[in-house]
Design a protein around this ligand. Sequence first.
Ligand SMILES: Cc1ncc(COP(=O)(O)O)c(C=O)c1O
Length: 573
Amino acid sequence: MATSPPQVSLDEIREEVADLETPEERIGYLIELGQTLPDLPVEYQTEIFRVLGCQSMVWVVPEMRGKQLYFRGTSDAPMVRGLVAILISAYSGRSSREILDFPIESLFEELRLKSFLTPMRSNGLYSMVQRIQAIARESLAASGEAPEVAVAIGKSGSDGPEFSVATCREDFPILAQCNSDDRPLIYLDNAASSQRPSSVIDCMSDVYRTHYANVHRSGHDLAISTTMAMEAARESLRRFIHASGTDEIIFTPGTTASINLVARSWGDANLQEGDEILLTELEHHSNIVPWQQLAARTGAVIRWLPVGDDFLLDMAALSKMLSDRTRLVSFSAVSNVLGTINPVREIVAAGHKVGARVLVDAAQAVPHGSVDAIDWDADWIVFSGHKMLGPTGIGVLYGKRSVLEAMPPFLGGGNMIKSVTKNGFESADLPHRFEAGTAPIVEAIAMKPAVEYLEGIGSHRILAHERELAQRAMDGLVKIPGLKILGPGIQAKTGIISFVVDSIHPDQIGQYLNAVGIAIRVGHHCAMPLHQRFGLPASARASFYLYNTLQEVDAFVDAVARSVRLGPGSRSA
Ligand SMILES: Cc1ncc(COP(=O)(O)O)c(C=O)c1O
């Protein structure tokens, strides 16, 4: 294909726009600009080159020449052709790396696009940008250059300055407090929910104070800036988990809601009597009950991949438990009780080999930045914001585009439709098809600073720090008579340590620790089948995170030892 150089240069566009006073003049100019685009031959106006997420039909066609990428494109809407022309002028003739580094937001600011584009047009524009960036990322990957840092568990992350836990703690205002006895708070319940840095708290307050409005609806300035902020958060999550497009990132209220969405939408449409669902014995109730409900509705059967006495999944049993009857495999990347890191890629590949769909519950993996949609190749990946420094009430359902597109909508209402008549409705495109009603807008927006905080430190550092803490805790705990740790060795786990002590109920340990300012969790941790597997009613769990210190670990071990020495009945310090 012979690609033409940009018809109008970026400088010419800048100059023209600078002289335009009113939104009407700018719209008129966009239409004129669109007319300068060469026609795109019809053979390129196909699904392969179509940009999803735009209100109108838009096609973008790339061509690599040497190290530079060139683009052609068009739209069936005259004004959108103008937007395509701007993007072609901005991006054509640059290397993939330059495209990814190009400050497109500043260009949009400079051209004052925000002030007159409707939210739908604005979304469409961002979909085009994302498409072009995805092409650039793919071409980098094809050339052997990593498009971004890999974030598989414990592998890599930020190359920034060394991580300092003391500096990190200053970012978390809640950690500075003491209990009623003036003892400093030691927060070791991070697997239940993490704390939030000031950047996340300030972001939420800032949105409410300065630019809050509903999203994807009105065309006024506030609504546009809130919509753009929410879409920017979606993009940061896409980048964080290496999804190929923002249309694959569905905002949900959390992991539980995401799994229920898949069970109701995909499950109800695809499962029938006799079909099999494979779970593992170490699942959280959120990854059990929705499938039990689905099985009750459809007659499907649940099978359980066992956990061995070594607290690892029995991988030798996997192939025997999978068959052509298996329609779904659903499992946690990391156990919320044992901390065990499961072999995600291997399980996903085995599930796919028998034709099953695979869902990965990444609620306990994502806090360490260790989710990689490309590497894992799962059909769905689900997680919650509140365990990864973000707000409560927000989470993600990632799905492969082709899988999500084949799923019927689950909740019906506003925002998830293209059109409604008295006779029915037409569903919106992804991701809105699964986002009925008003989203937790501010919570979604604040996922961006949460992701940026984790990226700033880097997954390898977070996991390494947690493991240092967990190893120190295990070294101390094993010396306590009658104490048993539930979980594998440090190389196979994150910073979660569950334990039981002969003759003392975990509840009592938890109450004693609380009295000395140490927050841990006791109970079944929403994993009753796992506790039943080990013949236990409950356990105590300390879960470490990036802001915990070795001193805190020592104080925790001392407090557990003291509570055990004091014996049954010791609830206060
Ligand atoms: C592994 C796992 N899955 C699912 C969940 C449920 O997450 P949420 O309550 O945020 O929906 C949790 C929460 O502890 C979890 O640890």
